[in-house]
Design a protein around this ligand. Structure first.
Ligand code: PHB
Length: 394
């Protein structure tokens, strides 16, 4: 209780102070970027940090007369650490925006701080549907699991897949993926015969895959968070599940562009649904992939990088809209208002920040792993346009 009221007092003081004449002199615009730079989700941190820095290198670090400062913090993907870092960033560093959030628990742990301090929280990675409902200050530039899972459940029964076992990480996004995939598959006349959940931390897929092998469904549907896909693929192939006639289908988190090219030819033919592929055939994406590689020793951007890149764009455009009027930094409420309703062409395709939900509306693509110029890519073969998060329309 005491700790809580101290936080309230500190946050309130921070807000008052930020609005005072003394602070108005400091026109630096600060973005607190909290990411998992180490631990299981480190690839997400590496991708988003690289993308945010690329965006700043391409667009300058002065916006509407404000110097933009990016403060990167490593939360090791532990939500208690995320919360502490967010508090420090708001109270001590007086950041104008909180951003990043590699996993759902980190995004939701920060939500009360965003609300109390009226600081926009730009979620660039985490993808459980309900996150945007945790605070009216949350804006999302990543995606949601319901958004991408439904497309695959429409595709599967039309392509000879009637019985499916689902295998998901046992937390927010996995439970969303399981629920929305299952509901839609059943609606389409298919059947989920078993729903398996693996722990988020240090998962051992072997016993679950053995169960799937014994159950012999037409396909295995998988969601695991970015960074864990290679382990699933390896064990799926080692067990000869593909040879036993079980198809692997998944959200694009599994054939993540950060890991895909190292998965080997066993990954060829795997069908996934997702909002971004490094192979997306648009001029904007080709430019993005090339610039990202150039700035990062040939690294290929994944969907996390795009969430970070677009998140920076949303922040920059909001600042342009609100910050050019001289005097103090724009208030959190003004920034938030300027984030809502933004429409632009992302490397993933056209996107829209829905003003009502503060969530991203975007195309979802069906893709198949293929070899292009000797490398493995998620090659898009169909698109469902302008998909809203189905989790919001219920
Ligand atoms: C999440 O925790 O919300 C999350 C993390 C990684 C993903 C998708 C969702 O690839």
């Amino acid at each position: 209780m005491q700790k809580r009221s101290f936080l309230h007092a500190a946050l309130a003081a921070g807000v008052v102070f930020a609005g005072s004449a003394a602070m108005a002199q400091d026109s630096t615009f600060r973005i607190g970027l909290i990411l998992p730079m180490t631990g299981q989700q480190a690839s997400t941190g590496r991708q988003i940090e690289a993308a945010a820095k690329l965006y700043m290198a391409q667009n300058g670090d002065t916006v509407a007369g404000r110097k933009v400062q990016l403060i990167v913090k490593d939360d090791t993907s532990l939500p208690d650490v995320t919360r502490r870092l967010a508090q420090e960033l708001v109270v001590n560093d007086k950041v104008n925006v909180l951003a990043g959030f590699g996993i759902t628990p980190s995004a939701t742990a920060t939500a009360p701080i965003a609300t109390q301090s009226k600081t926009p929280e730009v979620v660039m990675a985490a993808a459980t549907s309900s996150i945007t409902e945790a605070s009216p200050y949350i804006v999302r530039t990543s995606f949601t699991l319901p958004q991408v899972s439904v497309a695959l459940a429409d595709w599967a029964p039309k392509n000879g897949i009637k019985t499916v076992v689902t295998l998901v990480s046992d937390y927010g996004p996995g439970i969303d993926a399981e629920k929305y995939f299952k509901e839609r598959l059943q609606f389409n006349g298919g059947q989920v015969t078993e729903a398996l959940r693996v722990p988020l931390r240090n998962p051992d897929f072997a016993p679950f895959l053995q169960k799937v092998r014994d159950a012999r469904p037409d396909a295995l549907f998988v969601f695991v968070p970015s960074g864990a896909g290679a382990a699933v693929m390896k064990q799926f192939l080692e067990r000869g599940m593909d040879k036993a006639g079980i198809r692997l289908i998944a959200t694009g988190d599994v054939t993540d562009d950060d890991q895909l090219n190292d998965m080997g030819d066993g990954a060829l033919g795997v069908v996934t649904s997702h909002h971004y592929s490094a192979a997306h055939p648009s001029a904007a994406n080709r430019k993005f992939v090339e610039a990202f590689g150039k700035a990062n020793k040939g690294m290929r951007p994944n969907f996390m990088a795009v969430g970070g890149y677009d998140g920076m764009r949303v922040i920059y455009e909001a600042l342009k809209k609100t910050g050019g009027k001289g005097g103090a930094n724009p208030s959190g409420d003004a920034l938030l208002a300027a984030m809502k309703g933004q429409i632009f062409e992302s490397p993933r395709g056209p996107v829209f920040i829905d003003a009502q939900t503060r969530d991203i509306v975007q195309n979802v693509y069906l893709r198949k792993v293929e070899k292009k110029d000797g490398e493995l890519y998620n090659v898009e073969f169909d698109v469902i346009k302008d998909v809203k998060d189905p989790g919001k329309t219920k």
